[in-house]
Design a protein around this ligand. Structure first.
Ligand SMILES: NC(=O)c1ccc[n+]([C@@H]2O[C@H](COP(=O)([O-])OP(=O)(O)OC[C@H]3O[C@@H](n4cnc5c(N)ncnc54)[C@H](O)[C@@H]3O)[C@@H](O)[C@H]2O)c1
Length: 442
């Protein structure tokens, strides 16, 4: 695994040294970013122009002053237009996307990728394997958001493309941004160096309010001016459908599960859990659960107790904690409690904005040809979350190998506005959802 740390200070240091000039040390981070490398303009294509895609494009443009946005793809015209407006507000002069480089629908991604040196993948995660494979096939550097798949066949495709990317010396960043924050890195380094002895248990949470429904059917009808097709509805309301989102244990809770994988330097061997729908109901709420609780086991017997909930007016908690043989740690609070090794992170001017820092690392790797490929860990932490969903949906114990080799494919083969997704509403308008003990989720 390559969990390269790259802080703002490191960045300034490396760009100053490489440029061989003390003067550069006094320049702003933005202006000195490309000093160590050639001055070729890097062209960026953005695929998925929603909230995170627009944010990631802006972060990329900030990270490297000699790159520009040249192509954009979104399933929907209005989303592309809105994303473009947002990026222009921040980086107007660096956006050069002519009409012919704007692609709307399912298919334009191949042409957009061909126009770019660096590709940002920020659609719902169901499309990630397909887009990542194509970017690697075309030999492009990639920043892709987490999760990187919604099912095991998707994870396997990403793992294969990750290996191919390594062979082609492509640089790949994955949006598990905690890996780029000094506060997490300093805490985790101490834990891995034995600050609290052997880690025997972990607790992780993403308990908060609901993210979806993102759009209700009536809103989609208003946008398209008629009754939407089933595909139009599910694509707009992607958070509520597993082929697009993976359920929130995958879409959101992956961040917390991934932190413990990082600390352990490994992935769980099995998981069991429970979950259901207590709050979500009605035809707009699709098929995802609104709560999951899972107990993971690593090969050395370490347990990770995980909860994620999306229900309003409940206790909220987004955090990671570990318990060791000589103490314990509040990982996201960056505090270690353990006798002589008690410690807490102190900020000394460095940025902890992981969303920005991850792009500095990516562009530094591209400019200075440093090894950088986060795709394998991204895929394995995605599988960690998917196996949790398999366990909570089925009510069964799920082994890592069983999850990895699962042939259950959620994404439909045909992607078109008049094609049918695999999960459809019944006569009452309600979607079927998993019933532990009955559902086969692997
Ligand atoms: N790392 C983080 O902290 C973080 C934060 C937020 C979101 N994310 C991730 O970013 C991704 C996007 O989330 P978001 O919040 O931006 O959602 P969003 O709904 O705001 O944006 C997704 C966009 O992708 C478009 N899209 C859907 N299918 C497409 C396709 N096949 N081709 C092109 N465009 C398509 C949608 O129309 C939409 O505009 C998700 O994977 C999410 O988990 C990560």
């Amino acid at each position: 695994m390559n969990f390269e740390t790259f802080t703002r200070r490191d960045f300034l240091k490396s760009s100053t040294v490489a440029a061989g000039g003390a003067l550069l040390g006094t320049l702003s981070l933005e202006r000195s970013a490309h000093a160590a490398a050639n001055n070729d303009t890097l062209k960026i294509a953005l695929i998925g122009c929603g909230g995170r895609g627009s944010g990631a494009a802006a972060h990329a443009l900030t990270a490297d002053p000699n790159c520009k946005l040249v192509a954009m793809v979104d399933a929907f015209q209005d989303r592309l237009d809105k994303g473009l407006e947002q990026i222009k507000n921040k980086h107007g002069d660096r956006v050069a996307v002519p009409e012919e480089n704007k692609f709307v629908g399912f298919d334009g991604y191949k042409e957009a990728i061909a126009l770019a040196d660096v590709v940002i993948l920020a659609t719902p995660p169901g499309f990630r394997p397909m887009h990542f494979e194509e970017a690697v096939r075309q030999g492009k550097h990639v920043f892709m958001e987490k999760p990187v798949a919604v099912d095991a066949p998707g994870v396997r495709r990403v793992l294969a493309a990750a290996a191919e990317a390594k062979k082609k010396n492509l640089k790949v960043g994955v949006g598990l941004q905690r890996h780029h924050q000094p506060n997490y890195n300093e805490t985790i380094k101490r834990l891995q160096d034995g600050a609290i002895g052997n880690i025997v248990a972990a607790r992780v949470y993403w308990n908060g309010g609901p993210v979806g429904p993102k759009y209700r059917r009536a809103q989609v009808a208003e946008i398209v001016g008629r009754q939407p097709t089933e595909m139009e509805f599910q694509m707009r309301n992607w958070y509520m459908f597993n082929w697009l989102c993976g359920d929130h244990i995958v879409e959101q809770h992956i961040h917390n599960l991934d932190v413990i994988n990082w600390i352990k330097g490994s992935y769980p061997v099995r998981v069991q859990g429970m979950g259901g729908r207590a709050f979500q109901q009605g035809p707009d709420s699709g098929e995802i659960f609104d709560h999951h609780a899972a107990e993971y086991e690593y090969a050395d017997g370490t347990r990770m107790f995980s909860q994620c909930r999306q229900i309003p007016n409940c206790e909220n908690n987004v955090s990671e904690h570990v318990i060791g043989t000589r103490g314990h740690a509040d990982v996201n609070g960056h505090k270690i409690f353990g006798g002589e090794t008690a410690w807490r992170y102190k900020k000394e001017g460095q940025s902890n904005d992981g969303w920005q820092l991850e792009h500095y690392t990516l562009f530094d790797a591209i400019r200075n040809d440093k090894p950088y490929n986060e795709a394998e860990n991204g895929a394995k932490s995605t599988l960690t979350a998917i196996m949790g969903r398999m366990a909570t949906y089925s009510g069964k114990v799920i082994e890592w190998e069983q999850a990895l080799n699962s042939t259950l494919e959620l994404v439909p083969k045909t992607l078109a506005w008049d094609a049918q997704p695999l999960v459809l509403p019944g006569a009452d308008g309600l979607y079927p959802f998993a019933v532990p003990g009955k559902t086969v989720a692997v």
